[in-house]
Design a protein around this ligand. Sequence first.
Ligand code: PMP
Length: 421
Amino acid sequence: MAVETSEPRVPRVLDPVALRADFPILRQAVHGRPLTYLDSAATSQKPQVVIDAVADYYRDYNANVHRGIYQIAEQATAAYEAARAQVARFINAPHSREVVFARNATEAINLVAYSWGRRNIGRGDQIILTEMEHHANLVPWQLLVQEVDGDLEFIPITDEGILRLDVFEVLLRLRPKLVAFTHVSNTLGTINPVREMVEMAHAVGALVLVDGAQAVPHSPVDVQALGADFYAFSGHKMLGPMGSGALWARTELLEAMPPFLSGGEMIREVHLRRSEFNDVPWKFEAGTPAVGDAIGLGVATEYLLDVGMDAVRAHERELVAYALDVLPREVPGIELYGPLDPDVRAGVVSFNLPDVHPHDVAQVLDRHGIAVRAGHHCTMPLHERLDLSATVRASFSVYSTTADIDVLVAGLKDVQRVFAG
Ligand code: PMP
């Protein structure tokens, strides 16, 4: 009898030093020092293949999509729709028609708030959010409930920045219509237990929107396994172009939703007093889309899949573990925010130095060629909850290295020297 043998699956390992060669911007010097880019949560850098894909489109086949009956228009349409399929594959969507291109996560969330929200949320209806939301997943819901006289409730966090699921359980007794929360906190790095929260929400009949802006670039995301109803993300944080992003939603939801923006492209038939709308997803893509950016996003997904999303996650876990270990040892008095367990933490480290304003920290770091973010990172209520006016944030991507963190440590020591006495 033949014995079947299978090769043991060797996990792919990411070599950030090799990958850096793909990112031309990282070759430059800033203030005479090599650029140490630690602001990937704000936007990631772009590999040459993405830059080339956008340039190729404008140089070789720039044309409007879906209408032109000529060679380059057909080529542009095919590339735009191929990008949709690439994005669908990247998040394991069952059909590419469930992927609606948007300018960014903010637009994708607004699409749901205006289209699904205005039709399904009414007077006295509850929406549950969390204390750690980015303004993009907070303000659209504030505007909605103000308009329809609904209510918002918030899942609180622990002091370490973990969602209180025990309180969530209690809030679910309010029978909310929607639960909307971030997959990964852009300030604390907390990775939220999406699958578990989706199951809890679905058990009381609520739909779930997940803000995946900080998750999709950093770990494998499988929308079918997560089980959420809406999943929103930006392209520019996942090595893709600015102006690219997407909303994923189940077909039956998209089909039942009214249009968000209206005009050309999203219609099938227009009469003077009424119109018939296009099929999904085009029903939600009014006007001329950002074709080159969508194509670039498709190429970014291929690049990330080639690297391997498990490898990306393992790499960033290692970086965050290193940062959480070395920063408190090397930088006296540094205060770190967010969970200290790298297993529930993405590659984001927010901190403060005693008696130095975060903007001053960032300014001195800039002299070392280090790019970090200082401020509230569009999470003002979270900062209020932690009793902070601002923080400094270092964040990682595929090209980040432990050497970058060492440069940060040296820079922070210099900040302390500059501000001592
Ligand atoms: N949600 C989260 C968690 C984010 O980090 C961001 C970007 N900082 C957004 C939403 C909004 O992304 P964009 O500005 O690309 O719409």
